[in-house]
Design a protein around this ligand. Structure first.
Ligand SMILES: Cc1cc2nc3c(=O)[nH]c(=O)nc-3n(C[C@H](O)[C@H](O)[C@H](O)COP(=O)(O)OP(=O)(O)OC[C@H]3O[C@@H](n4cnc5c(N)ncnc54)[C@H](O)[C@@H]3O)c2cc1C
Length: 457
């Protein structure tokens, strides 16, 4: 089997590289290998109502398959260099923004028209935040919503499916460099496919495989950070001034006690809290829907603290994994606690939560997050909740729910040049799997970028 280009991973990075390659060179022979299934086959037992909590499927339908980790996400495309990755360090700020806008145009032309673009430009909240020792980061946010995001992905698949060979349920097992300068992908034990150029876009779920590829092909890597914290859920009305104007606000707070940065992440107005399974570890995340009938009375967002480690410990992800495992051990999965219980130093229980004002949108185990999160992280989160209370009064109410733990793992950073090409000519590493991006818009933009580089060559 010979191809001009093989793409490994059909998340946003892989999809947008295929889209751009096909647009610019319709005759290229392209194959896409994907561990998970086509979009329509992606079904999580929890969302299907067949299981209450994560049953640890062999291939996680939330993380793997056409659309990647973003398929059931809230579809928030943040157009900014302030967060979501460091793509601009490789390709420049102007080009990075221009590619993110290009991705936005494609999303709009594939079903996203009519969705709202929010912006922090000129908002009164900047001043209010600064007055309360909070910093609001700059961004424009296209909010597709989980339902429209799904439609966009469906249309992109219809457009690509007859122009590229899709190998679903087929993880690339081994990547070999050939003497002729090409690459050989080994799959299903004994089968192989060769190509001249290879784009690896395996996301977070492919992090362990990515590490193996880098080790085997001697590609230098650097350890990255891990973000640890909780997901906050409160009545939507408490945050409505912010969310009505900005939808998603990325706010950073510098703690007084340790001078650590705590930040808000992934805000879901009128959304739901969900489980996430990364390599068998259950953590928490959030979604929201455009469809008014699927909106809830609650808003959720994460509060995260970044941890970087230096000598002798380098494995930031293992640290995050251990904390997540601890919560899984104590709670059988995700733990939920009322803020009032946390402040009083007692665990939450079903009756106290049921009596509270916030109806949880995720069935998690009531417990005590202070037994899971290190004191330094817990103190930072509590300080930030009190700081947010000043711009959104009610955030620090006793009934505010905290779900733990939320962990954002980052892939180690792969050494790449300004073309996102590794030290091996023709081997490009993009998206979250490269450690360069951590978001839908950056991952998608990196896909368009390498496609254009390949065509230029
Ligand atoms: C629940 C959730 C909500 C999110 N919400 C948002 C949001 O609103 N906004 C935002 O910007 N970001 C969001 N994110 C993050 C966003 O989804 C990712 O940043 C983005 O999907 C990264 O794209 P990617 O293509 O690099 O990787 P991925 O989307 O992870 O795709 C990688 C694909 O590669 C496949 N793969 C892995 N290993 C192999 C292999 N060996 N062989 C073949 N295939 C392989 C995987 O199955 C996967 O489908 C969310 C993530 C989650 C989990």
């Amino acid at each position: 089997m010979n191809y001009d280009v093989i793409i490994i991973g059909a998340g946003p990075g892989g999809i947008f590289s295929a889209y751009e390659l096909i647009r610019l060179r319709p005759n290229l022979k392209i194959a896409i290998f994907e561990t998970g299934g086509p979009l329509a086959e992606r079904r999580c037992p929890i969302t299907e109502g067949k299981a209450e909590s994560c049953v640890r499927c062999k291939t996680c339908a939330i993380m793997n398959g056409f659309g990647g980790a973003g398929a059931f996400s809230d579809g928030k495309y943040n157009i900014t260099n302030d967060f979501g990755g460091t793509l601009y360090e490789y390709i420049g700020k102007t080009q990075a923004i221009s590619l993110m806008n290009y991705v936005d145009e494609i999303n709009l032309s594939h079903g996203g028209q009519g969705t709202k673009m929010y912006s922090t430009a000129g908002t009164k909240f900047k001043k209010l935040c600064i007055q309360n020792k909070l910093k609001l980061l700059n961004a424009s946010v296209r909010h597709l919503g989980t339902d429209i995001n799904y439609i966009v992905l469906g249309r992109l698949y219809q457009e690509l499916k007859d122009r590229a060979d899709f190998y679903f349920h087929t993880p690339a097992e081994h990547l070999e460099k050939l003497e002729n300068g090409g690459y050989r992908v080994h799959y299903k034990g004994t089968e192989t496919a060769d190509c001249s150029k290879c784009i690896v876009s395996v996301g977070r779920s492919g992090s362990k495989w990515m590490e193996t590829v880098c080790r085997e092909l001697d590609i230098p890597t650097r350890s990255n950070r891990v973000d640890i914290g909780v997901r906050v859920e409160l009545p939507a009305v408490i945050f409505s001034d912010l969310t009505d104007e900005l939808y998603e606000s990325k706010i950073v707070y510098r703690t007084e006690k340790y001078e650590d940065n705590v930040r808000t992440f992934c805000m879901n107005p009128n959304g739901i809290v969900v489980n996430e399974n990364t390599n068998g570890i259950v953590t928490v995340n959030g979604h929201s829907f455009e469809d008014p009938s699927r909106k809830t009375e609650n808003t959720n967002f994460a509060l995260l603290v970044s941890k970087h480690f230096s000598e002798p410990f380098k494995d930031s992800n293992a640290y995050g994994e251990s904390i997540a495992r601890l919560s899984n051990m104590l709670g059988g999965g995700v733990i939920v606690q009322r803020f009032g219980d946390l402040v009083r130093g007692r665990r939450s229980n079903h009756s106290r939560i049921a009596e509270g004002l916030v109806v949880p949108t995720l069935a998690a185990t009531p417990g005590d997050l202070s037994l899971v999160l290190p004191k330094r992280i817990m103190d930072g989160i509590m300080e930030m909740i009190y700081a947010l209370d000043k711009i959104a009064p009610g955030t620090a109410n006793d009934d505010t729910l905290l779900y733990g733990v939320e962990v954002k793992f980052y892939n180690m950073e792969v050494a790449l040049d300004e073309n996102l090409e590794s030290c091996h000519k023709g081997l490009y590493i993009i998206g979250d799997g490269s450690g360069v991006t951590h978001s839908l818009s950056h991952a998608s933009a990196s896909g368009v970028y390498v496609a254009r580089k390949i065509v230029e060559e």
